[in-house]
Design a protein around this ligand. Structure first.
Ligand SMILES: C[S@@+](CC[C@H](N)C(=O)[O-])C[C@H]1O[C@@H](n2cnc3c(N)ncnc32)[C@H](O)[C@@H]1O
Length: 269
C-alpha cells in the first residue's frame, strides 16, 4: 500500500536529490561511491495534497550521475522485500544494490563488512528516521568506516518536535522508556539535565532557543557530541530540522561544493 506524505516530504527529498547529485559530481574522479539508506521506506509514496507519486530516497539516490556504485538499503522485514522488488522492477539489471531486512542498527555491521573492499570510496548515509530509532553506536560505525580520506557523510533527521511529547515533558515525570530511546540515539544521558531544567522552568532557553522551541534545545544539547564525531551544521526547514554531519575533514572548497544546492534550496543555514 502506498504511503501518503505532506508537501514537506517532497521538499526534503528534492533537497536530498540535489545534494546527492552534488556529492556524485564532487566525487566523479573515482570509480566507486557508496550510498547507505538506513530507513529506506515504502515502495510507493503519494502526495497527500496532489495525489501525485513522490519518489522516495532510494530512487533519488539511483538517479545521481555518475552513479552510486554500491547502495545498501535497510528496512524492516516485509517492507524491505517490497522495496527490493520495486527497485529491481524500476531498474532492471542495475548492479550494486543490496537490501538488508531488519533493524538497521544490527544490519549495518553486516553491510559495512560487505563493503570492506571499497572502504576507500566516498560514502553518504541518509538517516531518515521517524523518531529516534537510530543508535549512537550505528553512527559511530558509519563514521569509522572509511579507512582513509574524508570520513563518510551523514544526513540525520532529528524529529525534535516529537521529543517533548514522547518525554511527557509537561507532565509530572519524564517518560523513562522514551528517555532510554533518546539516550540510545544520542549515546549519552546529558540531555536529561536540559530536559529536566526546561520542564521545571529552571532553564531559560534564551531568545534564540525560545524562538526555535524547547525541543530544539534538546537537539542542540547533542551538538557537542556530534561535533566530536565530525563537524556539524544545523539546517532548518519548516517542520524538518537536520543536524548535518560533514563527516569528511575535507577542504572548504569541497564543503562549498556540497553545500551549494542546499543554500540555493529552501534551507536557511
Ligand atoms: C521516514 S520513513 C523513511 C522514508 C524514506 N527515506 C523515503 O524517502 O521514502 C522511516 C522508515 O524507517 C523504517 N524503520 C523504522 N525503524 C527501523 C529500523 N530499526 N531499521 C530499519 N528501518 C526502520 C520504517 O519502516 C519506515 O519505512
Amino acid at each position: 500500500m502506498a504511503k501518503l506524505w505532506g508537501w514537506w516530504t517532497r521538499h526534503k527529498l528534492q533537497i536530498l536529490e540535489d545534494y546527492l547529485q552534488a556529492f556524485a559530481t564532487a566525487t566523479k574522479s573515482v570509480e566507486e561511491r557508496i550510498y547507505l539508506d538506513l530507513f529506506a521506506g515504502w515502495s510507493e509514496n503519494i502526495s497527500r495534497e496532489t495525489d501525485e507519486q513522490i519518489l522516495g530516497s532510494v530512487h533519488r539516490a539511483l538517479r545521481a550521475t555518475p552513479p552510486f556504485t554500491r547502495l545498501c538499503l535497510f528496512e524492516v522485514e516485509g517492507k524491505a522485500q517490497r522495496i527490493e522488488a520495486a527497485i529491481h522492477k524500476a531498474y532492471p539489471g542495475r548492479k550494486g544494490i543490496a537490501v538488508y531486512p531488519g533493524d538497521c542498527n544490527i544490519q549495518v555491521s553486516r553491510a559495512l563488512v560487505d563493503l570492506r573492499r571499497v572502504a576507500w570510496a566516498p560514502t553518504f548515509a541518509f538517516i531518515d528516521q521517524f523518531d529516534s530509532e537510530v543508535h549512537w553506536s550505528t553512527l559511530e560505525k558509519i563514521a569509522n568506516f572509511r579507512l582513509r580520506g574524508p570520513k563518510a557523510e551523514m544526513w540525520i533527521l532529528f524529529a525534535t518536535g516529537q521529543y517533548p511529547r514522547g518525554l511527557n515533558i509537561h507532565g509530572d515525570e519524564l517518560n523513562s522508556t522514551y528517555g532510554d530511546t533518546l539516550t540510545r540515539m544520542l549515546g549519552t544521558e546529558e540531555w536529561i539535565n536540559i530536559a529536566e531544567a526546561r520542564r521545571r522552568g529552571i532553564l531559560d532557553p534564551g531568545r534564540r532557543t525560545r524562538r526555535m522551541g524547547q525541543s530544539d534545545a534538546l537537539a542542540l544539547g547533542a551538538r557537542p557530541r556530534l561535533r566530536r564525531l565530525t563537524c556539524v551544521h544545523h539546517e532548518e526547514h519548516q517542520r524538518q530540522r537536520y543536524l548535518r554531519h560533514d563527516l569528511h575533514d575535507g577542504s572548504s572548497r569541497r564543503r562549498e561544493d556540497h553545500e551549494s544546492p542546499i543554500r540555493h534550496g529552501a534551507f536557511t543555514a
